[in-house]
Design a protein around this ligand. Sequence first.
Ligand code: NYM
Length: 212
Amino acid sequence: MACKRGALIVLEGVDKAGKTTQCKKLVQLLQQSGRPAEMMRFPERTTTIGQLVGAYLENKSDLEDHTVHLLFSANRWELVPLMKKKLEQGTTLVVDRYAFSGVAFTSAKPGFSLDWCMKPDVGLPKPDLVIFLKLSPAEAALRGQFGEERYETSVFQQAVQQKFEELFKDPSVNWQVIDASQSVQAVHENITILSQKIINTAQDLPLGELWK
Ligand code: NYM
């Protein structure tokens, strides 16, 4: 029989919630405990499409809002063959942002519905678990200034947070919300428990299709 598949675990949250730190800690822990695991992130800025997105985020170029939304999505789709291959080989993928950031950020702009924003990502590999690191805008502000990139303002982040909350209502996605105001270690422990459980469950289930 083929080897058991890896789990697809996504970490989401507003800026400063600690996603990247927690993804790295989880991958390290899984690897140390002998489970194959790798980190991925979106946008993946190294590809040709990712470079367009990166330049936009760094304010080095301007792109029309629908266009950039589709590029973010295309950046996920271009990595689907690699993701599927790794999962089939038994590697658990821990992903820093995914389609949920795509929908939350674009739909926080005027004139964009959640529904329109979700369409291009319908059918992506469905995460077995989506962990949302919840941090209030006030607490996020205490963690330091926002950087220079596009979207990094408190007002916009607040709108993004509201859009994430709308996405939580979707029962087809396994959302788990963790209070990100706890210590790094406490958050890590919460994430570890959820992840170990899902890795054991997902290995016997087929990979789903998002929003389908
Ligand atoms: N972002 C990220 C989007 O607007 N759409 C997407 O589909 C994704 C994956 O890019 N502000 C936004 C959220 C962040 C920025 O930042 C990426 P970072 O620090 O690379 O996670």
